[in-house]
Design a protein around this ligand. Structure first.
Ligand code: CO
Length: 210
């Protein structure tokens, strides 16, 4: 039997010990509740852990991750996370963070099948199709996938702005939606400077009377 899972339990023991050593009250404080200011929507990729790459601690970032950091209007999972983060936790910032070298993005650019996940990846194919005029001019596959990664983040920022829960929040308070891309080979985050903060940031047909 593969015992490699034990590494995680051992790691957890060390983690708990170290935290208690630094601050005996640490877990008591943690158990009181959370007041994160940020909602992170990132890729499930094991190399892009939200807290670790942003130097943030437990309790600071509410996190939703899925393959290729998509915000789909019929995804009850993502919409529930977003609604809870915005309405209840009252986060001040939502960050969609993609990453260069994203396997989901790259897979969506090919005609190969990858099983059930193809249904999910079809959303990225739509993004590609929308921006085909620009993307088809980039011959190099890696460069083209990097640009699609950026365009995908921009589209997901827009998808957030199209949701009623975000527009309702904008009516009452400040809420900034950011689009970032993380570089696996540099460890650095690039801000795409596509911030949305008002329903005027999206096309009229998507604006609700809220
Ligand atoms: Co990815």
């Amino acid at each position: 039997m593969d015992e490699s899972y034990r590494k995680l339990i051992d790691g957890n023991r060390r983690y708990a010990l170290e935290k208690r050593y630094d601050d005996p009250e640490y877990f008591k404080k943690m158990s009181i509740g959370q007041t994160p200011e940020y909602l992170w929507i990132g890729c499930s990729d094991s190399r892009v852990p939200a807290n670790e790459i942003t130097g943030t601690q437990s309790g600071e970032v509410f996190v939703h991750r899925n393959i290729a950091n998509l915000v789909i209007q019929t995804d009850f999972n993502a919409l529930s996370v977003i609604a809870y983060a915005v309405d209840v936790l009252k986060v001040k910032h939502i960050i969609v963070c993609g990453h260069y070298g994203c396997g989901g993005v790259r897979a969506a650019m090919t005609s190969n099948t990858h099983g059930f996940v193809d249904n999910w990846l079809s959303n990225i194919k739509e993004v590609y199709n929308k921006h085909a005029a620009e993307l088809d001019l980039i011959e190099d596959f890696d460069k083209r996938s990097d640009r699609l990664t950026e365009l995908n983040v921009i589209e997901q920022v827009k998808n957030l702005s199209k949701s009623k829960v975000i527009q309702k929040a904008w009516r009452d308070r400040s809420l900034l939606v950011h689009g970032w891309v993380y570089g696996l080979n540099s460890g650095l985050i690039k801000d795409l400077n596509v911030m949305h903060e008002d329903k005027m940031d999206i096309e009229p047909v998507f604006r609700y009377n809220v």
